[in-house]
Design a binder for this molecule. Structure first.
Ligand code: C2E
Ligand code: MG
Ligand code: MG
Length: 587
């Protein structure tokens, strides 16, 4: 454009107008007349607009929401590519999301069709800012184009810009985006091998291997030993394959001063639009996943949302179905016995929630509890479960079953305020059940979320006479010293430690540390997820007090569980049909 300002002062503006309706061209020119006199070249297709852009001198483009052969988004993209410096004013009513997107695609301003009084001033501003914007953009592009000097790869700013465009386009392209955050494990070791050039050599080699292994990915280096890749996913599973391929490039050794160096990498993956809808969040999420991969032992791929867990679509459907599920009586509690290692009698039962979904059948809590938590439905469902579990103790007692203790799981969302102790107190009174018959299971991680609040809650529950158990113990980083301050009765050692207890020395040591400490504090230990004889033997040797797991009994519906409770039930004498329940008598 004529950038000296004189053109603007004359208010004579050469414009490209791409409007959906022919009338719009006239109306816009009319509306802007006070501020500018528009010399109009109009087109009604993207192709037509591009021809004009190529052949005419233009100061500004005015485009409407609908274009003959596409949307204003396509047109914005096309104009960006053809004449990036041409200011573009979009005349359309856009919601907040679309507004942000329009600006990201290069719109200079957006004016609502109902607010055409703003059009003239918007054009004037666009012309004035256009010059400045072009200068700034050139400067920014120069910075963006600056490549990482070691590997020659693009850096963070360039990656973000590329991802931004890809994200805006992915819905129309019919694909999703996966961001793979790759961090070389123990890269320090390489630098310790020699001078910095050793590290640089390896980083260059990593970059080259990533390029070869993932030709369709956009690869950037964020600094240090961090590489970030963007992969478009047209077929389900291709991002998974890409992540595996990224880890696999480390299979062959790297050569430093003639010596082989074996390295591994951790990869965190997040995908859009499922895990995040903007670039910053997407990268942050993938980074969180890589931390998790490191924490779990490195040399692995970790998805932000674990594969197989609920996708966003499934979450929406689940939420819809969860509404009213209580009223439709679709929930049910199953009960899984826990056995005293010493006496082999049933020490209590854990109530485990099941959802009899009209279409999907029996659903396990991991599939729907996170959704219920996310959408604020867990309080109601949790209260229902508490009610049913306490009512069940009453029913068992009414048919002559000796007092049995029921453990009820509560979600982190139920821990805020004093709603939980109030609910528990009310229900114990309603069903006339002794507080000692109830145990509340709270996961370690939800306690650690807000320790002072959790402490208040634990004290309140204890004051009622209810027992408190820390579930999934060992997964939530409680410092063992903390335990002294927690008024708890039971530690449930997480299944992951039990799984390896029979063969790995490490987990044996963890279990030993926990049982020793627990004994010292007068706290009982329960090992959950016991599936094998060997695990049971080892747990007994490690002084675990109580065991629970498929080896002894699966979670059962009430009707199947009740007969087990009729008498004292030693582990070795449960007998009967294994049936659907998979009841097993280990010895
Ligand atoms: P959790 O409290 O750790 O419950 C133990 C889980 O381990 C149960 O899974 C149980 O079926 C399973 N399990 C028991 N023995 C074995 C075994 O030998 N091997 C294996 N692999 N698994 C075993 P389930 O019923 O699917 O429940 C999953 C989680 O859902 C529970 O973990 C608990 O955190 C949550 N949950 C269950 N019911 C409720 C509820 O009423 N409210 C809330 N907030 N959460 C619940
Ligand atoms: Mg539990
Ligand atoms: Mg558990």
């Amino acid at each position: 454009m004529d950038a000296d300002g004189a053109g603007i002062a004359r208010k004579h503006v050469r414009s490209l107008v791409v409007a959906g309706e022919p009338d719009d061209v006239m109306r816009w020119a009319e509306a802007a007349r006070e501020d500018v006199s528009l010399e109009v070249r109009s087109a009604d297709t993207i192709a037509g607009a591009l021809r004009l852009v190529e052949t005419c001198e233009l100061d500004v483009a005015l485009i409407g929401g609908a274009v003959g052969d596409g949307s204003y988004r396509d047109l914005l993209r096309a104009l960006q590519l053809a004449r990036e410096e041409l200011p573009v004013v979009v005349v359309a009513s856009l919601d907040r999301h679309a507004l942000r997107e329009a600006f990201a695609l290069g719109a200079t301003d957006v004016v609502a069709p109902g607010d055409l009084g703003r059009l003239g001033p918007a054009i004037v501003r666009a012309l004035r800012d256009g010059v400045l914007a072009t200068m700034l953009r050139r400067k920014r592009d120069a910075a963006i184009d600056e490549r990482d000097p070691v590997t020659g790869l693009p850096q963070r700013t360039a990656f973000e810009r590329y991802a931004q465009t890809a994200l805006a386009a992915c819905e129309q392209d019919g694909c999703t985006l996966a961001v793979l955050f790759l961090d070389v494990d123990r890269f320090r070791v390489v630098n310790e091998l020699g001078d910095h050039s050793a590290g640089d050599t390896v980083l260059r080699e990593v970059a080259a291997r990533l390029h070869d292994a993932l030709p369709a990915a956009y690869v950037a280096r964020f600094g240090g030993d961090e590489f970030v890749l963007l992969q478009k996913e047209y077929e389900p599973g291709s991002a998974r394959a890409a992540a595996a391929a990224a880890v696999a490039v480390f299979a062959a050794p790297f050569w430093v001063s003639g010596k082989p160096v074996y390295l591994t990498a951790s990869v965190g993956v997040a995908s859009a639009p499922e895990d995040a809808s903007d670039v910053g969040a997407l990268i942050g999420t993938a980074e969180a996943a890589v931390f998790e991969a490191k924490r779990l032992g490195r040399n692995m791929v970790r998805w932000y949302r674990s594969p197989g867990s609920t996708s966003s679509l499934e979450r929406v459907l689940t939420r819809r179905d969860l509404h009213g599920a209580i009223d439709r009586r679709e929930f049910e509690l199953y009960y899984q016995p826990m056995y005293d290692v010493e006496t082999r009698a049933i020490a209590g039962v854990e109530a485990l929630l099941r959802w009899r979904h009209p279409v999907h059948g029996l659903m396990l809590p991991d599939r729907f509890i996170p959704v219920a938590e996310e959408f604020g439905l867990i309080e109601e469902i949790g209260a229902w479960a508490m009610d049913r579990a306490i009512a069940q103790v009453r029913e068992w007692s009414d048919i002559g079953i000796p007092a049995i203790r029921v453990s009820v799981n509560v979600s982190a969302r139920q821990l805020d305020g004093d709603a939980l102790p109030a609910l528990v107190g009310r229900l114990l009174a309603k069903y006339e059940v002794a507080a000692s018959c109830l145990e509340i299971e709270i996961t370690e991680s939800s306690i650690m979320r807000d320790v002072p609040a959790a402490l208040r809650l634990l004290h309140a529950l204890r004051a009622l006479g209810v027992r408190v158990s820390i579930d999934d113990f060992g997964t939530g980083y409680t410092s063992l010293a903390f335990l002294k301050r927690f008024p708890v009765d039971v530690l449930k050692i997480d299944r992951s430690f039990v799984a390896d207890v029979a063969n790995g020395a490490f987990d044996g040591a963890v279990v030993r540390a926990v049982t020793t400490l627990a004994r010292g504090l007068g706290v009982r230990t329960v090992a959950e997820g016991v599936e094998l004889e060997a695990q049971f033997d080892r747990l007994r040797a490690l002084d675990c007090d109580v065991v629970q797991g498929f080896l002894f009994c699966h979670p059962l519906p009430v009707a199947a569980c009740t007969p087990l409770l009729g008498a004292i039930n030693p582990i070795g004498r449960v007998g009967g049909q294994p049936a659907e329940s998979g009841l097993v008598a280990p010895r």
